[in-house]
Ligand binder design. Structure first.
Ligand code: NAP
Length: 311
């Protein structure tokens, strides 16, 4: 039986129990996926107890993605690159079942890339992109973009200290990847963003701020007037998945430009984590059904659902 769960604080609105419950149901794999809301000081003890109880895997979310880094026996190249973990695989020694190794992974990077339609993914290496926000997800997004060979990232955020820190981290990522990506930074209210010139030279915009997230759905990090400066083949990718169509994406769609919501990133980071835990490749033909369940839950706002499937 797959004993799985998610650690974070708070977890009230997490869609992960629904996603993994649905994967277990469709693949007919017995198991459970529970929410474990706990503070940082309880992490070490929890990880030991969970492993002792036969736990196989955990998702990790805010605020523990960085804290658990030092609690792992090994890190995947993606976790090392992003400096953050969103998935832990627990592997017990068949001879000494009490010895459990902890492997830290980051599936946000590959999940973010899978969120792109194939037509855009194929031309990422030619892109110059505007990235909004300098928080936890921005780091995974930058790692993913650099790995995809993007030419330039213009990072716009509101907090100069955090932006400067992220810039230092991007230098480390560049060195680790041997990337030639040019990274520049500016403030979110910089005149450059309003002049239109900068947006006219962008192939796409990626929003990693929560501006526009439910319930503040009329908010947006860029105005419709700013978006008008984008070239006609540009795209806008909003990591927000609730609502599926944010104000930013609605304004972009009105201009006839391609829009990408955060739902597929959410879906695929989960699928890639599930594959690591179960060793089962999720067949492509069940993915639309899982996506539909997530999408329906977001529309109905039925975010408190049963989290366990035991057989
Ligand atoms: P985070 O670590 O809190 O970072 C958020 C960033 O946005 C920070 O740079 C923050 O600036 C900035 N920000 C927050 N409020 C702002 C405001 N009112 N005006 C301007 N900037 C503001 O959060 P995160 O983990 O990166 O998540 C960000 C968003 O991405 C959330 O909506 C989350 O749901 C979404 N997300 C989606 C997925 C997915 O699978 N689709 C995965 C991860 C995240 P300060 O540092 O100054 O606060």
């Amino acid at each position: 039986m797959l004993k799985l769960g998610i650690i974070g604080q708070p977890l009230t609105h997490s869609l992960s129990p629904l996603l993994h419950g649905e994967l277990m149901r469709l693949l007919d794999l017995p198991g459970e996926y529970r929410k474990y809301e706990l503070p940082s000081e309880d992490l070490q003890g929890f990880l030991a107890d969970f492993a002792r109880a036969g736990g196989r895997g955990l998702n990790v979310t805010i605020p523990h993605k960085l804290t658990v880094m030092g609690m792992m026996d090994s890190l995947s190249p993606e976790a090392e690159l992003a400096g953050a973990i969103n998935t832990i695989v627990l592997e017990s020694n068949p001879v000494h079942p009490d010895q459990v190794r902890r492997h830290g992974h980051n599936t946000d990077i590959s999940g973010f890339i899978r969120g792109f339609p194939e037509s855009i993914r194929a031309r990422l290496a030619e892109c110059r992109l505007l990235l909004l926000g300098a928080g936890g997800s921005a780091r995974a997004v930058i790692a993913a973009l650099m790995r995809s060979g993007v030419q330039a990232i213009m990072l716009a955020a509101r907090n100069p200290e955090k932006t400067a820190l992220l810039l230092t981290q991007t230098e480390q990522m560049k060195a680790a990847l041997g990337s030639a990506c040019h990274v520049s930074v500016m403030s979110l209210d910089s005149p450059e963003l309003n002049s239109g010139l900068l947006l006219a030279g962008c192939n796409g915009v990626i929003n990693t701020t929560p501006l526009g997230m439910w319930p503040d759905t009329e908010n947006s990090p860029l105005t419709a007037a700013q978006l008008k400066n984008l070239p006609s083949d540009a795209f806008v990718y909003d990591l927000i998945y609730r609502p599926g169509q944010t104000r930013l994406l609605r304004d972009t769609a009105r201009l006839g430009l391609e829009t990408i919501s955060g739902l597929d990133m959410l879906l695929f980071q989960g699928i890639f984590a599930f594959e690591l835990w179960s060793g089962v490749e999720v067949p492509a033909n069940i993915i639309p059904a899982v996506r539909e369940v997530l999408s329906a839950a977001l529309i109905e706002k039925t975010l408190d659902f049963p989290v366990t499937r035991e057989t």
